[in-house]
Design a protein around this ligand. Structure first.
Ligand code: HEM
Length: 418
């Protein structure tokens, strides 16, 4: 295959936060790329060159070859000048699981891995049920209309992960603000752009440091049955985790677990309202909920990309990539790849191929929290299908202006319970 070079639209399709507010247009562009230029070199003065992989097959191949395609401190796209500035202002170099590789990654992942296995997540189901019940009750109390994103999906997903973590309820809002400052910073509602965005991201990390240093002291003195205690006392190769690794461990677990799942849940409900026949099918057959959650996570694909770096000269589907090349794995595009998914642009909770989704990545970095995310989506969607008599939009859904983790940030709805 010959490499395609583009210097105009859709060059900004992947890194311009504004490109993510209209997902219909975004998916139409991505579909064109998959056919005409599936491997694209993006050259924009603000970014060191990166290649975009839009096809399922290419992303699958790169993620599987994890010795060749490595993770680095820069696992998500950020303009080079912003990165340099944020680092010069004192941001500690990122060392979370997504930034590590090989044996180092494996050893650090081991600290919490068992907590996230399917059997281990099962022990949280009763508590997830109770939290979901609380939020369904809140929907009833709200009297027939709400913003499902900010009233229900966000606080519900936040409460689940924070309970597992051991962060008290009164600190949940702080965790939400800090996460949005870090990941959603480009959205004017959460941080802003340019200098505001840098200040917002840096401010979030600095506040996280204070918060989690206190948590470390507390959980070392008095360990509890929670994830915070596991990280505070975590050992790697028989020694305590380094301060930097511990800090970033806390940050990734605190941030990766709720915005992602909240965007999936909100986007999933939006899709069910847009496709009332699918909602009716779920109501008629509650057993569909497992596949419906999978389809929702395929459809919404809230993590928009991860980056990988070539450790040696190589190629992807015949396109030469010298050592040091970086590729952007476009999960939302892979999840609509017509070569893999039957009627890929259709939302179908019964589809047989929903399990081919790449929303959680693949290989050693496969999302640590995938089983929690699935449980949370199933639990809430299942309840809504069982208990709602009707549901409709009460205004236009609004998407977050962010290119890394994003989705529907406001979903005004009217509804009636049975
Ligand atoms: C629908 C919700 C979610 C989506 C779409 C999602 C997506 C992802 C993706 C794409 C990756 C990178 C995979 C790769 O590089 O191959 C990842 C990694 C990760 N996710 Fe999630 N995630 C979700 C929910 C969660 C939850 C609930 C947690 C709970 C703590 C979590 C924690 C993590 C962590 C710690 C990593 C890093 C794993 C590693 O590098 O070893 N995620 N996630």
């Amino acid at each position: 295959m010959t490499a395609a070079h583009i210097t105009t639209d859709p060059v900004s399709l992947f890194h311009d936060p504004g490109a993510w507010v209209d997902m219909t247009a975004w998916h139409a562009h991505a579909a064109e790329l998959r056919t005409a230029q599936p491997i694209v070199s993006v050259e924009d003065p603000a970014y060191e060159r990166y290649w975009v992989l839009t096809r399922h097959k290419d992303i699958f191949d790169v993620e599987r070859q994890h010795e060749l395609w490595r993770n680095t401190a820069r696992s998500a796209l950020m303009p080079d000048a912003d990165w340099n500035e944020v680092m010069s202002l004192g941001m500690p170099e990122p060392k979370a699981l997504v930034h590590l590789d090989g044996a180092d990654h494996q050893a650090h992942r081991q600290v919490t891995n068992d907590w996230f296995k399917p059997a281990a997540t099962q022990r949280w189901q009763t508590r997830i049920d109770e939290i979901a019940d609380e939020f369904v009750a809140k929907m009833r109390d709200l009297g027939g209309s709400c913003d499902f994103a900010s009233d229900i999906a966000q606080p519900y997903t936040l409460r689940v992960i924070m309970e597992i973590y051991g962060v008290p309820e009164e600190d949940e809002q702080l965790m939400l603000d800090l996460t949005q400052g870090l990941f959603g910073a480009s959205d004017p509602e959460f941080g802003g752009q340019g200098d505001d965005m840098i200040a917002s991201a840096l401010g979030s990390v600095m506040t996280f440091i204070q918060y989690f240093n206190a948590m470390t002291e507390d959980r070392r003195a008095c360990p509890q049955d929670d994830l915070g205690s596991l990280i505070a006392n975590g050992e790697v190769d028989g020694c305590p985790m380094s301060d930097e690794h511990r800090l970033w461990y806390y940050i990734i677990v605190a941030t990766a677990g709720h915005d992602t799942t909240s965007f999936a849940l909100t986007g999933g409900l939006q899709a069910l309202i847009e496709h009332p026949e699918q909602f009716a099918a779920l109501q008629a057959d509650p057993g569909l909920v497992v596949n419906a959650a999978e389809e929702i996570i395929r459809w919404t694909s809230p993590v928009r990309h991860m980056l990988r770096y070539a450790h040696a000269d190589t190629e992807v589907s015949g396109v030469a990539m010298p050592a040091g090349s970086r590729v952007l794995l476009s999960y939302p595009s892979a999840n609509r790849d017509e070569a893999v998914f039957d009627r890929s642009m259709e939302f179908d909770i019964s589809r047989a191929d929903a399990d081919k989704l790449l929303s959680f990545g693949l290989g050693p970095h496969f999302c640590l929290g995938a089983h929690f995310a699935r449980r949370e989506v199933r639990t809430m969607i299942g309840r809504l299908a069982a208990e709602l008599d009707s549901i409709e939009f009460a205004g236009s859904p609004e998407s977050a202006e962010a290119h890394f983790v994003s989705g529907t940030k406001h979903l005004p709805i009217n509804y009636r319970f049975r």
